[in-house]
Design a protein around this ligand. Structure first.
Ligand code: MSP
Length: 649
């Protein structure tokens, strides 16, 4: 029976670009989406961007642009990033979209109509990083936010309060009646003890800035950014009575994946708002742990943040997806280690699955002329292997259901190891020598069926590689459909005589040298000298270290260069910055340089400057650094052996 499965990621703040932490949740959500598609479930995945609030407003002001221009640009980066990681959400919501704002206001009205809002004044410590008030008890010495290690601010303003205290009992009852609502178990206990403590009413509107959704009936207030953001899971479905409402309980199953830092918002505030508005609660909130990078804490300033897009471009999205899903126990903290990634790739994918495929197809090429052989009389070896196949396929499925992707994939790789052992035991080459074509056929047909099964089991993590594997196996691409269960629960070897299409290795392994070269390229930019102290507010006329670090200054090489008609000062260039496509950049260099002077030149580029239009269709996506008067410019540069794409710090 097809189930309705709705999986959501947090919507990401647009004050930074996608990093490994945000990619992690989104990859897990996509893998779950793919798993449910394979089961024939009616599946929907939502992600998006959280664009209101003080943090965003300040960031835009610091950049000297309007918040709307800023969020448009940044949200676009998130939207564009996910397909590069083979993430295909069904919907992408932005909190600045009218479809969202209208429904958030409806939610507010419903909460108000239920008598759960009242006006008052609030004074407490506020962390702009968390967009959340903090009690004195929660702060570190020096009034620092425990999560951001930055000073909190004292805020006092008129606000609407939400009667959170009123929902203490209903929340506790819900947790008790739905023990699966909060997972993993340890997190559930944390929430329970928080809610059993003193639950204070929550400030849900702000009057000291304007970048938010106006409160219905009192536009001096904007809605608290978390009230606004949490509602996205519901507004994206179109609100009550909308056709997509069927993905929300009671008809559908709604799963929120969140990081452990935002669990309270999702398991206390969000359900309380919904209870007040008389909307059913989501089915489950699952909190995952935090990633560290090569043993170091991943820093918000992105100094050591791994760029998931760069990794995907270097190694393919599947390799990154596989490592995140397989190496980190979902729910626990985990380390993302570059050498471990390559080691696991070589072991699990190169030497295990890849080897199984090439051995099997190689033998088929030699023995059966590249066609599927007939599956004849099984021996004990086949019977044992098929038993293991069935057990592992079932176990893998059970692990996906239990939100344990790491275990689900472990079973799949275990199946591949078992198939490799089976080849060694069954020794098809000996049977070929002994001139037993039927026996060889049975062994190869068994292996081909195991590979077909693996192409399904590994698809949620490795969609591109498994599509390529199916091409080599001569089978059609996976085409999930609602109500059709594609999980390979039964072992059914294919008919004889179907064409196979072996080609090069699916997972070419890295030897020591290739590994060293890759590691040097991928190593995160850890700034070990950076003292682990809170950032001091930048003095007027200076920039803070964080502001400097936010600049993406990169080494590029000029690929093409031409004059711009009727713009004497401008040149239009394309510059390779180590990205898949060269950047188009328009620069005021024409009074000094002829286009041919610049071809092949190394240049320094501000790579994350907001795009700027110089005329119709003439858009610059970066700025080239130079010094001197317009007629005698000198380009800023670095020695020629610095690789293209290197970042300045
Ligand atoms: N905008 C809010 C969420 C609103 S949802 C209604 C927010 N955004 S965020 O961009 O700061 O963080 C989004 C998610 O990224 C959180 O779940 C957070 O836990 C996760 N991660 C950020 N850094 C992380 C790691 N280093 N490791 C794993 N995930 C982490 O909070």
């Amino acid at each position: 029976m097809a189930r309705r499965f709705y999986v959501t990621t947090p919507i990401y703040y647009v004050n930074g670009v996608p990093h490994l932490g945000t990619a992690y949740t989104t990859i897990v959500a996509d893998a779950l989406r793919r798993y449910h598609l394979l089961c024939g479930d009616d599946t929907r995945m939502l992600t998006g961007t959280d664009e209101h609030g003080l943090k965003i407003e300040r960031e835009a002001v610091a950049k000297g642009i309007s918040p709307q221009v800023f969020v448009d640009d940044m949200s676009g980066r998130f939207r564009a990033a996910w397909p590069e990681l083979s993430i295909e959400p069904s919907d992408f919501i932005r909190t600045t979209e009218p479809r969202h704002t209208a429904l958030v206001q409806e939610l507010w009205r419903r909460v108000e109509a239920n008598g759960d809002l009242y006006l008052g004044e609030y004074e407490d410590w506020y962390c702009v990083g968390c967009e959340s008030f903090k009690t004195e008890k929660e702060l570190l010495p020096g009034n620092l936010c425990p999560l951001h290690a930055r000073p909190v601010e004292r805020l006092k303003e008129k606000t609407y309060f939400f009667r959170l205290a009123k929902y203490q009992e209903p929340l506790l009852r819900h947790y008790e009646e739905h023990p699966e609502f909060i997972a993993p178990e340890g997190r559930r206990n944390e929430v329970l003890s928080f809610v059993r403590g003193e639950l204070r009413d929550l400030s849900v509107s702000r009057t000291s800035f304007t970048w938010g959704i106006p409160a219905p009936g009192n536009p001096k207030h904007v809605l608290y950014v978390w009230f606004d953001a949490l509602a996205n899971y519901w507004t994206a479905l179109g609100g009550e009575g909308a056709p997509l409402g069927c993905y929300w309980p009671p008809e559908g199953y709604a799963l929120h994946l969140v990081g452990k830092d935002i669990l309270r918002f999702h398991t206390v505030y969000w359900p309380a708002f919904l209870l007040s508005a008389k909307i059913p609660l989501p089915s489950r909130v699952f909190a995952h742990g935090f990633l560290t990078i090569d043993g170091q804490k991943m820093s918000k300033s992105l100094r050591n943040a791994v760029d998931p897009l760069r990794l995907a471009r270097e190694l393919g999205a599947d390799v990154l997806r596989y490592q995140l899903l397989r190496a980190i126990a979902f729910g626990q903290d985990g380390d993302f280690d570059h050498s471990a990634l390559l080691a696991r790739y070589n072991a699990d994918l190169g030497k295990n699955v890849g080897n199984l495929l090439s051995r099997t197809l190689g033998l088929c090429g030699k023995v059966t002329g590249g066609k599927t052989p007939a599956f004849g009389a099984p021996t004990q070896l086949e019977t044992d292997f098929i038993e293991e196949y069935t057990r592992r396929v079932g176990a893998s499925r059970a692990h996906w259901e239990a939100l344990e992707p790491h275990r689900a994939l472990e079973e799949a790789i275990g199946l591949s190891s078992a198939a490799n052992q089976y080849i060694d035991r069954a020794a098809p080459w000996a049977a070929a020598k002994a001139d037993s074509p039927e026996r060889v056929g049975t062994i190869l047909a068994t292996l081909l069926e195991a590979l077909r099964g693996l192409s399904v089991l590994l698809w949620p993590a490795l969609p591109n590689k498994m599509a390529q594997m199916r091409v080599q196996l001569g089978i059609t691409p996976l085409a999930p459909a609602v109500g059709v269960d594609l999980w390979p629960m039964r072992f059914e070897p294919r008919a004889a005589g179907e064409a196979l299409a072996a080609s090069g290795p699916l997972f070419p392994t890295f030897d020591k040298d290739a590994e060293q070269a890759l590691l040097a390229k991928l190593a995160p930019r850890v700034d070990s000298e950076k003292p682990n102290v809170p950032v001091v507010q930048a003095a007027p006329g200076t920039v803070s270290y964080e502001q400097f670090a936010a600049l993406d200054l990169r080494v590029g090489v000029v690929k093409t260069c031409e004059r711009v008609v009727r713009k004497d000062k401008l040149l239009k260039l394309t510059v390779d910055l180590g990205e898949p496509e060269p950047r188009s950049i328009v620069a005021g260099l024409a009074l000094t340089f002829a286009p041919e002077d610049l071809l092949g030149k190394r240049v320094l580029v501000v790579a994350n400057l907001a795009s700027r239009e110089f005329g119709k269709g003439l858009v610059s996506h970066g700025m080239i650094l130079a010094t001197g008067p317009s007629e005698a410019l000198r380009l800023a540069s670095v020695p020629d052996d610095v690789p293209v794409g290197s970042r300045l710090k």
